[in-house]
Design a protein around this ligand. Structure first.
Ligand SMILES: [Fe+2]
Length: 301
């Protein structure tokens, strides 16, 4: 067996509005579209993913919150209805997915070996959260690639941001070791929005794009600053600024997926490809890609 490798990482945010705007058969709610800039950004990301030919998609979601430790989906086949508790009017989605059990167990074991509290989620009736589902649907609506789902332990919220993100760094290192040991071609999905202050009232209809714009100028400026650095491959500078970005823009990267993904990729100073940026109820969302094959850091299939 060849040593496994991470072939790409994506910043792949999860506003349920994007699924709502797509009108897939799995979602109950119907729309007249909306948020096209982001949905078309995901179309470009899908084309890249197709080229990368991964065996597995790993996703870390802020909306599967586990107070004690880092949990991993641990049931081979999961199905059910996932509902967004904040936007049940937009997202009531019939999901069905296959878990890469061998890799999930390996991630869980490696992370435990590095001193993190971990657990396999064995409940066969578990309702997978809307963050995981939205990111996976938007990047690969065919649902034909097995997944590893990772919870967001809330350590950055009850420890300091820095201490919490240290855990996510360890989780990333463990994920990389597990991918290498199991021989997988893996794609990592960081399911995070950037600036995250949002409006508290919804327009009628919700997809009225005349009402969609950044919540505040400061958050927008922060997003552009971070995206600009990421597009230049200035990863070190991004991570130096990350705690300040989190504090000043209420950035959702606090929940850890972004740090987990970059740690697993060993923080490459590699220009990210911006597929698109847009706001959703005022929050800033970027779809970005780091293709490690194109960069010569991973083998083509
Ligand atoms: Fe979120």
């Amino acid at each position: 067996m060849d040593k496994g490798q991470i072939v790409a990482g994506y910043l792949a945010p999860h506003p349920p509005h994007l699924v709502y705007g797509e009108n897939p058969p799995q979602n109950e709610a119907r729309s007249q579209g909306g948020w096209e800039q982001l949905r078309w950004a995901y179309e470009r990301a899908r084309a890249s993913l197709e080229q990368q030919k991964p065996d597995v998609l790993l996703v870390h979601s802020p909306h599967w919150i586990t107070q004690q430790g880092h949990h991993f989906l641990g049931v081979p086949h999961l199905s059910g209805k996932s509902v967004d508790p904040i936007f049940p009017n937009l997202f009531r989605y019939d999901f069905e997915l296959e878990v890469d059990m061998e890799l999930a167990e390996a991630c869980c074991d490696e992370a435990a070996g590095m001193g993190l509290t971990t657990k396999m989620m064995r409940n066969p009736n578990f309702r997978v959260d809307y963050g995981t589902i939205t990111t996976l649907h938007m990047i690969r609506p065919q649902w034909d690639i097995p997944v590893v789902g990772i919870s967001a332990n809330n350590s950055p919220y009850y420890l300091t941001t820095e201490e919490g993100l240290e855990e996510m760094d360890l989780l990333g290192k463990a994920t990389r070791k597990a991918i290498e040991a199991t021989g997988r071609r893996a794609v990592l999905l960081a399911s995070n929005t950037l600036c995250h202050l949002h409006f508290s009232e919804e327009p009628v209809p919700p997809e009225d794009m005349a009402q969609e714009h950044p919540h505040d100028y400061e958050g927008y400026l922060w997003d552009m600053r971070m995206i600009d650095l990421l597009r230049q491959g200035k990863t070190g500078e991004v991570f130096e600024l990350l705690p300040q970005f989190i504090d000043e823009a209420f950035a959702e990267v606090k929940s850890g997926a972004f740090t987990w993904m970059f740690s697993a990729m060993e923080y490459p100073e590699l220009p990210g490809e911006l597929h698109g940026y847009g706001t959703v109820i005022g929050t800033g969302n970027a779809v970005m890609e780091w293709d490690l094959i194109k960069a010569g850091l991973a083998r083509a299939a």
